[in-house]
Design a protein around this ligand. Structure first.
Ligand code: GLN
Ligand code: ZN
Length: 755
């Protein structure tokens, strides 16, 4: 009898209740009790849903008020010294670690955040010291176990595995964090003893690092860890996801655990290799419903594939989603913006539980014919829909050649033509695109969306915002202007609303970090552009000034990376379609007289595959897609790109291959260290190293920015340097932005004065 279970469920609540409760607690508008009650309501709802879907055990400890890695650090007592000043209790200390402040306790530098593997979820990086002690604080875990039991549910707690935890951590100073493994295992062993005493039967231990290529020391650590942790009396489900195990599979099979979970979506049919080797007392959990995407599962195909596995394993076969469902939105039933046909193709977390239930029932001989027929109908509809397939788009992709990714002239020959056309001073100043999104701007957009504002009124108000923005930039003395992006709620959703083949949901929220959620658009069909998207705004902005105004687009890789993508064609294929749509926009901007066009690609790095051996293939098609979007223009049109992260290791060659005329990057916090990668590689074209840290409310001083630029100019020829902020200014206020940009321009003037 196949069993179903949940690796993890979204914790933000179907209406983002947790977000609102957290923000209200932080701002002093609700008390701790109220926040805890919201958390408890969400947990109990999640458990009830798992129970109703026929799961014998509910998932416990997948809930976190802020982040599950942060909770794990707190469970192990990994709390850096700077938070232990006695100014807050454990509850607020966790929030101080997460965000630097809490209703109680002193303000302090928060822990670093970084992306959870290749997802858009950010976790708080554990900080380990050479003499790190691990002291268990299992109250939260035990309380949640008790809470679930009090609701009448059997439990399966979830924990991050010891080796993945170490791997995710960073260390203060230069020591090998693997040295801490014995002490860490001691803490895990104590915890396991407590859980065993509590009568816990199964424990899920997540070790997603197993899908990466690991050095022998890390493989050895896994072996040591699981040997040491066997014999606690708990049954361990070693859980992997986000890919196949490849060379690590035999190690995983050799570990003394009672169950193994494999991602059978991104890991494909690798599980078949396991069937022969699984020990008689071991469970195989298969992730057959996609935890990273919103499409319905092909239930008939999955059943056909699972039947022989079920015949062989019987009750030792468990079914689940490929990974935690925290990466998909909560409930499609709450979705109001999508039409019935599109909704009919989709499944959010709640619907995925129902799919699992159906598969389990079918394998156990239950009656599911009608439900399977419904599923097959929906899938057949999607496969053949004219909304999905556009022959002209497919044809255009097929006809793409290498030439479509080439500018015609090399940078060295383009640059003098661009200089001639743009007439910019040395150290030209510019910004990254967005300007403060004032309450008035937000209200105008919301009013238009609700139909309270006519199209003409909306355009007039947006034009007034653009005019104001241009005027302010001229007053600051900037050299290359932007229109300010007032019409955009979000750099991806804006284009998602305008491009064909994209749909935008109303409630498809996914946690990004803490109380922050994102709403990725859904790419459901062949992508094309049926009308200009930005040209009217850019043209209007340019009509107001003699200075050049930069066109502003989101690049094809970022448009792909920050969306839910099709699962019926490769990411590469989808990306090329987006690139072609953007190429049309780029050419139309050029025809409208726009002399410089920026194509943002902040997500290019995070698209890197988890396995290093797959990097090159990804970079090849990602760079080509960017080039396709950019290369339709004449040599005298200047192409900019922008990226904001602090690591270019291993990808600088690919960044150069994008062949942009100008790249603006984030550097101010790293004190220009980041530039080293560009210098070592002899990056060939122009660079704008960010000198104004837009994440801080502080107004940067002239001397400070001047010093940063001088540092850059020591190593990069001055004629290839631009002066600009780290990123867009939409989260800042005009009171900070105005003086900051004035200072930035003053710094550029001082640099020029030196000749
Ligand atoms: N042009 C965008 C802006 O300025 C870029 C945002 C980003 O890099 N994330 O807001
Ligand atoms: Zn940026």
């Amino acid at each position: 009898m196949a069993t179903t279970h949940t690796l993890g469920f979204p914790r933000i609540g179907a209406q983002r209740e947790l977000k609102f409760a957290l923000e209200s607690y932080w701002s002093g508008n609700c008390n701790r009790e109220q926040l805890l009650q919201t958390g408890s309501r969400i947990r109990q709802q999640n458990w009830a849903q798992q129970h109703q879907a026929g799961q014998p055990r509910v998932s416990v400890n997948d809930f976190a008020l802020y982040d599950q890695v942060l909770d794990h650090s707190c469970l192990l007592g990994v709390i850096p010294a700077r938070f232990q000043d006695g100014s807050s209790d454990a509850f607020d200390t966790a929030f101080r670690m997460a965000r630097g402040r809490a209703p109680s306790g002193t303000a302090v530098r928060a822990c670093e955040m970084t992306k959870w593997f290749d997802t858009n979820y950010h976790y708080l990086v554990p900080e380990l010291e050479p003499q790190q002690r691990f002291t268990l604080a299992p109250d939260k875990l035990l309380a949640e176990i008790a809470e679930a039991r009090a609701c009448g549910f059997d439990v399966k707690p979830v924990l991050i595995g010891p080796v993945t935890y170490l791997w995710l951590a960073k260390t203060a100073g230069d020591f090998d964090r693997l040295q801490l493994l014995p002490a860490l295992l001691q803490a895990y062993a104590e915890l396991f003893a407590i859980l065993a005493r509590e009568g816990v039967e199964w424990l899920q231990l997540d070790e997603p690092i197993l899908v990466q290529e690991l050095e022998p020391v890390w493989l050895g650590a896994l072996e040591t860890a699981y040997q040491a942790l066997s014999g606690s009396g708990l049954k361990l489900l070693l859980t992997t996801y986000f890919g196949n195990l490849g060379d690590n599979l035999s190690l995983a099979l050799s570990l003394p655990v009672q169950g193994l979970h494999l991602d059978a979506v991104r890991g494909g049919a690798e599980y078949r290799r396991v069937l022969a080797e699984l020990r008689d007392d071991q469970v195989l959990s298969l992730g057959i419903v996609d935890g990273r995407n919103i499409w319905k599962t092909d239930l008939s195909a999955r059943l056909k594939e699972l039947q022989p596995v079920s015949d062989q394993l019987g009750a030792r076969l468990w079914l689940s989603s490929s990974c935690s469902l925290q990466h998909v939105p909560v409930d499609l039933g709450q979705e109001t913006a999508l039409d019935a046909e599109l909704k009919g193709w989709m499944a959010y977390a709640v619907q995925k539980l129902a799919e699992l239930q159906l598969l389990g029932t079918a394998l156990n001989g239950g009656q599911v014919t009608a439900a399977l027929a419904d599923n097959a109908l929906a899938l057949a509809g999607r496969r053949s829909s004219t909304r999905v397939h556009q022959d002209s788009v497919k044809q255009r992709c097929l006809q793409l050649s290498l030439k479509d990714g080439e500018r015609g002239l090399a940078y060295d020959e383009r640059a003098p033509r661009q200089r001639e056309r743009l007439q910019l001073p040395a150290f030209p100043t510019t910004t990254i695109g967005s300007f403060p999104q004032t309450p008035a701007i937000r209200q105008t957009r919301a009013g238009f969306r609700r139909g309270e504002l006519s199209e003409a009124d909306y355009v007039a108000r947006m034009q007034a915002e653009i005019a104001d923005c241009i005027e302010r930039q001229e007053a600051c003395g900037l050299d290359m202007l932007v229109h300010g992006e007032a019409e955009r709620n979000d750099m991806v959703e804006y284009f998602g609303e305008l491009l064909q083949g994209y749909a935008v949901s109303r409630n498809g929220w996914v946690q990004s970090y803490g109380s922050r959620c994102v709403k990725p658009p859904v790419i459901y069909g062949d992508v094309y552009r049926d009308a200009a998207m930005t040209v009217q705004w850019s043209r209007y902005a340019q009509s107001l000034t003699t200075k050049p105004v930069k066109g502003m687009l989101t690049g094809p890789v970022t448009m792909l990376q920050w969306a839910f993508v099709r699962d019926d064609q490769s990411r590469q294929q989808t990306c090329l379609q987006v690139a072609l749509a953007l190429r049309d926009e780029v050419c139309e901007l050029e025809a409208a007289g726009i002399a410089a066009i920026q194509i943002d690609e902040p997500a290019i790095r995070e698209g890197l595959p988890l396995k290093r051996s797959e990097w090159q293939h990804y970079l090849d098609w990602a760079v080509y897609a960017f080039r396709v979007s950019a290369c339709g223009v004449a040599p005298q049109t200047q192409i900019h790109t922008h990226m904001c992260y602090s690591e270019f290791n291993g990808i600088i060659e690919a960044i150069a291959a994008m062949d942009a005329d100008v790249i603006t990057i984030e550097t101010s916090r790293s004190n220009m260290m980041l530039l080293d990668a560009f210098i070592d590689f002899e990056y060939p074209s122009e660079i704008g190293p960010g000198v104004y840290d837009i994440h801080s409310p502080n107004v940067p001083e002239v001397a400070q920015m001047e010093a940063l630029m001088r540092k850059a100019a020591e190593r990069i020829p001055a004629e290839r340097l631009w002066v600009n902020p780290d990123c867009g200014l939409k989260t800042r206020g005009w009171d900070e932005v105005g003086p900051s940009l004035e200072n930035m321009v003053a710094a550029a003037k001082r640099l020029r004065a030196d000749g």
